[in-house]
Design a protein around this ligand. Structure first.
Ligand code: NI
Length: 153
């Protein structure tokens, strides 16, 4: 495993649509392992492959319940609404309120190629939506309804 560099806003790789993973090969497994290590090292709750410069539909996340790896994730259902603060490892120091569904259901493949389904509510729903947006080249600040100024210490 190795830490990868997190790409910051301004690099066009973050604005591109990622390609589906056709084959879960050694490179994808290595990518997942590296993304996991990089996410925990950065104290993030989620990380998408384009944030480490790879244009593949791969996400890792952990909102404090369980660690998840999602390959080719697709939102198949959503309901409700929530307006909560978000941030992003690629946009350090920027926080803002984003409107998201209260609950989503996502289908994806795990690293063994099994078809999986996960339900997320509250923070988990936010994280799933935020990371899947990354795979479509969308950064959260495009969706912010109100930016939050944090007091400097
Ligand atoms: Ni992000």
């Amino acid at each position: 495993m190795a830490l990868r560099t997190i790409i910051k806003k301004g690099d066009e790789v973050l604005n591109k649509r990622c390609k589906e993973v056709k084959e879960i090969n050694e490179r994808i497994i290595e990518l997942l392992d590296d993304m996991k290590e990089t996410m925990y090292e950065s104290s993030g709750v989620g990380l998408a492959a384009p944030q480490v410069g790879v244009l593949k539909r791969v996400v890792v996340m952990d909102v404090g319940e369980d660690y998840l790896e999602l390959i080719n994730p697709v939102i198949i259902a959503s309901e409700g609404e929530q307006n909560e603060a978000e941030g992003c490892l690629s946009l350090p120091g920027i926080y803002g309120i984003v409107k998201r569904p209260k609950k989503v259901v996502v289908e994806y493949l795990d690293r063994n190629g099994n078809e999986m389904r996960v339900e997320g509510e509250d923070l988990k729903a936010i994280c799933l939506c935020h990371e899947i947006d990354h795979l479509n080249g969308i950064l959260f600040d495009e969706k912010v309804t109100e930016f939050i100024e944090l007091e400097k210490e």
